[in-house]
Design a protein. Structure first.
Length: 121
């Protein structure tokens, strides 16, 4: 995925997570962003987004998960996300820092004691 497409996807996800936005408006913006990512030169052949707000889930997809079979992405598909998740995880972590729920110097060992060896230092 190109940097432009990845940046657009992360921006769309961050916008959706921002408090105070009307759900319908943010959903429309995400749908336009997904269309643009798949249509972009060098963009992925298909993509999907699963949004969970409380107990409500919304699944959106564009393009094809299997180009030869022209199969669309499905909610139960598995995919390799590799380094793409780093930008999203960073945005989520910085949002938690902004809310005062996480500190930049916090360790996994402090947050989840006993989960990692060496106390998660």
């Amino acid at each position: 995925m190109t940097r432009v497409a990845m940046t657009a996807l992360v921006a769309a996800l961050v916008v959706l997570a921002a408090p105070g936005l009307a759900e319908a408006r943010s959903s429309d913006a995400l749908e336009r962003a997904l269309d643009g990512i798949v249509a972009a030169r060098g963009g992925p052949p298909g993509l999907s987004v699963l949004i969970q707000r409380g107990g409500r889930r919304q699944f959106l997809s564009r393009g094809f998960s299997d180009v030869r079979a022209r199969r669309r992405p499905a909610v139960n598909d598995h995919m390799r996300i590799a380094s793409m998740s780093k930008a999203f995880n960073g945005a989520v972590a910085l949002g938690l820092v902004s809310d005062g729920r996480l500190g930049l110097g916090d360790t996994i060992g402090e947050r989840l004691p006993g989960v990692l060896p060496l106390a998660g230092r």
